[in-house]
Design a protein around this ligand. Sequence first.
Ligand SMILES: [Zn+2]
Length: 256
Amino acid sequence: METAGIALLYLQLHRVTKEQSHLLRSLDYVKRILRNLNGRRVTFLCGDAGPLAVGAVVYHKLKNNAESKDCVTNGASNVDQETLTELVKPSIDYVRHKKFRSGNYPSSLSNETDRLVHWCHGAAGVIHMLMQAYKVFKEEKYLRDAMECSDVIWQRGLLRKGYGICHGTAGNGYSFLSLYHLTQDKKYLYRACKFAEWCLEYGAHGCRIPDRPYSLFEGMAGAIHFLSDVLVPEKSRFPAFELGPQRKENKEENNS
Ligand SMILES: [Zn+2]
């Protein structure tokens, strides 16, 4: 994932700056990864689906539609309505019911300590599930719970673990950007900006140096991704995870 993460960061920088050189740099990385897919794992972050998705977008932006389609056919999957209501919704409600009194969520099923507030563990990850549930099922309870997560992240989400997006402050900052999209409430944009300020003082808080200091999920690439998204909060999205409002974006691209 390390190389795919860097490819995704260059794609993001292209999106924000419109610089063609960033797109070409992303393509270099994508080509390198696509040569080495192993076809064994289907998960987005650790398998082939992530690199294929990045490849599809990069090729699409370069107007190379054949290559782009190839990436999509190799990586796409679908969830039908029945799976949504019979399996996904009850699973979401099960996670909701595991909420701690503080508003945070357990990091795993067997762990009852209310300690971690990261994208990968706790409220900062669960909030994305809740926001998506609200969009799909349109039930207020999901939005209410998401707002409660946001309060927990605001109070406990500045992390000494680092600045990354997996278990760092930038990842927690993304929860505010996403909730800002959903609600248009400027309070959440304010929170995102405050977390961005913290990230701008990179290295000044005595944080631990991550195992992969430059990686998208643990390291500096993720923090840069977040900061570049704060510049255009209306278009921000958590990398490799959150989908944008597709139709709107296509329209914008056609106009430019
Ligand atoms: Zn993590």
